[in-house]
Design a protein around this ligand. Sequence first.
Ligand code: SDX
Length: 376
Amino acid sequence: MSEQRQTVRGLQEVVAADTRLSFVDGANGKLYYRGYDIDELAGRASYAETVYLLWYGELPDAQELERFRAELVGNMQLPTQVVELLRLSPPNANPMVVLRTALSALGMFDPDGGRNTEEANDRKAKRILAQVACIVASLHRIRSGAPLLSPDPRSGFAWNFLYIFRGRQPDELEQRVIDSLLMLHADHGLAASTFAGRVVVSTQAGMHSAISASLASLKGPLHGGANRAVMEMLEEIEHPEHVEEYIESMLSAGERIMGFGHRIYKTEDPRSVHLRKYSEELCARGELRCYLDLSHRIEKIVRERKGIRPNVDFYSATVQRALGIPKEYYTCIFAVARCAGWIAHCMEQFADNRLIRPTSNYIGGFGRAFVPIEER
Ligand code: SDX
């Protein structure tokens, strides 16, 4: 009979891989990409530099960055069939569902679709990262009844993403913020969506299959879907004087406050520190001051009542609102950013692969006799 071993629910604290890509120091509230504390990178390294660092292990020099940036921006275009698929998608379909579907379709048109060599994966990596951004931007433009835009070949990847998404060029503050917003979301150890992608790669399925799995996982409200729920909460509460009653009623109902808590961080999520600062910079100058006051009040009440702190999703909501991104796209923006990490983990898994196949405790029965259907 099957030997019973201790099941680890949610694989909490189980080490499933060695990685050089990122380290989440939960006790001290620190996050490292390839040895760099994100506090070193925030506001200084562009998203494209961070992608390069994650994929190739070093920050690029000026020439390497220019070549990499140009290649990413040059890949910000979609096969006409995929654009058509976006146009045919149901107007009220969740953008994450459309993104997952369109990314899967992209795999059919990719010239390296069936190959997993290092060179083919490198070409696919740049296309997938750029085309995921392009899918999100194009979907929003189509749903807004606006024309699709082409990137400015002279500008940066993050700048171009916000431009082709919004149809308005980012100003200096917005450029700094979108670069950091994407950088701060770029990787985060074996988060559920990242682990999902590594499992797919471990069977030697291709990068499109892996990223499709990661997108499917990120959509969940316990993972990447929380940022949209945060904005919905802010809109529902509306006034700071309603915060205490609202939070109390959620906690009494045993509900989770979206944007708070973390499986690993037992102090503040270091990404939240930067996003709070950007939220304050962006919201202080416009009619979004109310969201900032609400956010500060919620943070205070939740900490007093539950001793838990904001995670990456809490202030990401007001930052994205201030950048003019509709809340239904918040998780897609998370996906655009995290594509860098997902792809880096695919590369790492391909480079030193072993099929990921855990075991389970069988708790069913044995020795049951078959009963023909006419006797059941
Ligand atoms: C991300 O893995 C990653 O790295 C993910 C991520 C990334 O970059 O990839 O960091 C991104 O997914 C951030 C998390 C976004 N999700 C949310 O904001 C949803 C709300 N958060 C919770 O659902 C929760 O905090 C989790 C899922 C994030 C973590 O939950 P755990 O580790 O499974 O913790 P738990 O649910 O066992 O809670 C432990 C205690 C409980 O108290 P008791 O019931 O034991 O008294 O903390 C409480 C919980 O009640 N708690 C919360 C809470 N989170 C934990 N109580 C109220 N609201 C919350 N948000």
